[in-house]
Design a binder for this molecule. Structure first.
Ligand code: GLY
Ligand code: MN
Ligand code: MN
Length: 448
């Protein structure tokens, strides 16, 4: 869990960048209705949580640099014994001050009376426009209230600035405390992938393997960072397959893309392994190509490298492998130039990772691919996908979908793979699954 000092530091840094005369407004994420009397599990807005560490809905954070009575104002739900009996504890304004470091805190019901006063005589408002039409309108109403009072000598803000532009750049660079949490999130997910390899047997259902992830995440106090993909055989060729309801067939591969969210930080791991514990020659040949592509991409993750360089390295290795195995015909350079590989590799090699699984941060700056710097975290996730019925492709390759995905921190001199505890080489996977099979049959014998 992050220390409250970390949140103070972030607010100070943002206010320093905003400068005098500015103000930032951030609403909490709304609670989302699932169906009659039932809500989706609440997940705080990442930007709001990044600055406040406050996990409740119906809250608005306001930062007012150099405001004498206090720079950090939090509006939140008032204490209410009846509501708390039904729906859970609330910090209330007093708790917001004592436990969350707010200089001033008010009941959210008072915001219409108080917020226009905070806007008065501020030049610039930092706000992420267009994400919540409802909140956009409320903000405009508050601004109009200030405009209406202008004859009294006060003036309304003259400029709206995209808050996310500044804030997302801050979020892209992970602090030592964030890296520590991301390492934990990565270890939890890596342990779950190991567990799945040990437990997997032919004829299990995909959702039974998914259950192992939920078990492993919850017992570590984590949750999923996105809907897990548990895809046997040809299902792995559907990139965002989340039905997870098919039987696992002896002889097929199983692709699992599942990550944890711990204290608001995501991990994102994909492993692909044989359901029966042994790769077939065709599966193994393709798997080695993807693994080599991932290594080629890793080699380019270091300070000074540009964002697209790991992707280009992975594409080259994948294309070379596809030519070697006869899946593509022609010259490697030409196949890359014509993007012939896209038939089997249609996504990019990674994304930023942080509080959001596809984390914030620009991939290009001034028209150029971003330069990697220490503290950035990204995924490296090459893959190959060959659905059944692929024209001109020998049958032995059909229904093979492989992705290998790890989370990588850019360090001062290179990189650190945060998810390396999840087994990955053919030898590691086959040996772990053989151990799992022995342990499984011993347990069955004991129960017989
Ligand atoms: N799990 C989403 C992704 O790999 O990008
Ligand atoms: Mn990913
Ligand atoms: Mn993933």
């Amino acid at each position: 869990m992050l220390d409250s000092k970390e949140f103070v530091k972030r607010r100070k840094q943002l206010m320093r960048m905003m400068g005098e005369g500015a103000m930032a407004i951030l609403p909490a994420a709304p609670q989302r209705h699932r169906n009659r009397d039932s809500e989706y599990p609440y997940r705080q807005d990442s930007d709001f949580f990044y600055l406040t560490g406050f996990g409740e809905p119906e809250a608005v954070a306001v930062l007012v640099p150099h405001r004498e009575q206090g720079e950090y104002v939090l509006f939140c739900r008032d204490r209410d014994p009846l509501m708390e009996t039904w729906h859970g504890r609330r910090a209330g304004p007093a708790g917001a001050r004592e436990r969350y470091g707010a200089d001033d805190a008010y009941p959210i019901g008072d915001i219409d009376d108080i917020l226009p006063g905070l806007l008065e005589n501020r030049e610039r408002v930092y706000y992420s426009m267009g994400y919540s039409p409802e909140f956009d309108q409320r903000l405009m109403a508050w601004v109009n209230r200030v405009r209406a009072r202008s004859r009294g000598g006060s003036h309304a803000p003259v400029e709206f600035v995209a808050l996310e532009h500044v804030l997302h750049d801050m979020r892209l660079y992970k602090s030592p405390a964030e890296i520590k949490v991301m390492r934990q999130s990565a270890s939890i997910a890596a342990a779950a992938h190991q567990r799945a390899m040990r437990m997997c047997r032919p004829d299990m259902m995909e959702y039974e393997v998914e259950a192992e992830f939920l078990h492993e995440f919850r017992r570590a106090g984590a949750w999923v960072s996105y809907n897990p993909i548990v895809a046997g055989g040809g299902n792995a060729c559907i990139l965002h397959y989340t039905e997870n309801n098919a039987p696992l067939r002896d002889g097929d591969l199983l692709l699992i893309d599942a990550g944890a969210e711990l204290h608001g930080y995501a991990s994102d791991i994909t492993r692909t392994f044989p359901i029966n514990g042994r790769f077939s020659p065709a599966q193994r040949a393709l798997y080695e190509v993807v693994l080599a592509a991932q290594q080629a991409a890793f080699d380019c993750v270091k300070p000074g490298s540009h964002w697209n360089v790991p992707h280009d390295a992975a594409v080259r290795t994948l294309t070379e492998g596809l030519v070697e195995l006869g899946l593509l015909k022609g010259k490697v350079n030409e196949l890359i130039a014509s993007e012939a590989y896209r038939r089997f590799y249609m996504h990019r090699t990674g994304h930023w990772l942080g509080m959001d699984v596809h984390d914030v941060g620009d991939y290009k700056v001034g028209g150029q691919w971003r330069v990697l710097e220490p503290g950035m975290v990204l995924t490296v996730e090459p893959g190959l996908y060959i659905p059944a019925g692929s024209k001109g492709v020998a049958k032995k390759w059909w229904d093979i979908g492989i992705r290998i995905e790890d989370d990588v921190l850019v360090t001062k001199h290179g990189h650190e793979v945060l998810t390396k505890a999840a087994p990955k080489t053919v030898a590691e996977i086959e040996s772990l699954m053989a151990d799992g099979a022995v342990a499984g049959s011993a347990a069955r014998a004991r129960h017989a």
